[in-house]
Design a protein around this ligand. Sequence first.
Ligand code: UT7
Length: 331
Amino acid sequence: MSKNYKSKIAGVGSYLPEKILSNADLEKIVETSDEWITERTGIKRRHIAAEGEYTSDLCYKATLKALSDAKMKPEDISMIIVATSSGDQVMPSTACVLQNKLGLSGIPGFDIAAACSGFIYAMSVADQFIKTGMFKNILVIGAEILNRYVNYKDRETCILFGDAAGAFILSRTDLSDEHGIFSTHLHADGEYGDLFVLPAGGSKIPFSKDVLDKNLHYVQMKGREIFRHAVRTLTVCCKEALEHNGFTSQQVDWVVPHQANIRILNSVAEYFEIPQDKVIVSLHETGNTSAASIPVAFDMAVQEGKIKKGQLLLLAAFGAGLTSGSALIRY
Ligand code: UT7
């Protein structure tokens, strides 16, 4: 198949669970303070999935909104990709569970594990399938219920994470269309894999009583080191995306970065000499929602009237792996 097409964002949607866990709530659980969390991370609250609510449920709700935005029906979707590190189960994939919830069958669906960079990875994969002409409308989702993998006795991690899902419908368009994805770039540095780990549940450490006794079913993080790598990799990714397409940072209308820590976002903006008010920030409301963070931040900014059609948008992420990536888009 020849490369005759490009992808554009036909619809966006997101879903945040109703229940809120505020910094004040966390003060009652671990030794921390609203002041410390706000100052060191920028986070004020996060949304937490209800009992009986699964990652595929969050995906479903975000998908309905994205379909409505795209003025499409579920039957218009030709493939489903879900980026998640906290899917419903190891098997089947959350994409397949979602397909069934959407009343679809036959179309391919699979999950992508690239942690907080997962959505950029998923977008990039979808973009390749659309560019070759193989599929027309691909549902790309980032979704997490990471709160179920967090130790609420570990104040360094439990203050950071929230639950959410964000969905894009990427659609085939002609190369002459001014809207669409200019490029995606993906990277990984496996040598830093130990900086952010969920030790148990895989073939290395299968579940056992010992796993529960040693809390190996919770995420473990070397926060300060991730912070340093995050600033470096986000900066490299943004630079690569701009240089590849011949744009300057001044031409970008909005940077939509992975929402991990306000100090990381401010450092990247400073490096690029982008005013901080050109960086989309939603982490005060959501915390770090890993793979969901970029599409959720994107959709919230669309709802707030910040992101508008025709604008130049730079999406960039980093995450466990360590993975990283970017997408440069004319919305
Ligand atoms: O998406 C990828 C996932 N991970 C990340 O993005 C994490 C990136 N890293 C970060 O966001 C930051 O490193 C943290 C928010 C995790 C930590 O902030 P920091 O400014 O790097 O703090 P620190 O680790 O240097 O700790 C400073 C102090 C320590 O006390 P001492 O040793 O100076 O007495 C910590 O024990 O802050 C203490 N501390 C806390 N105090 C109150 C650590 N967590 C807390 C807390 N509340 N929740």
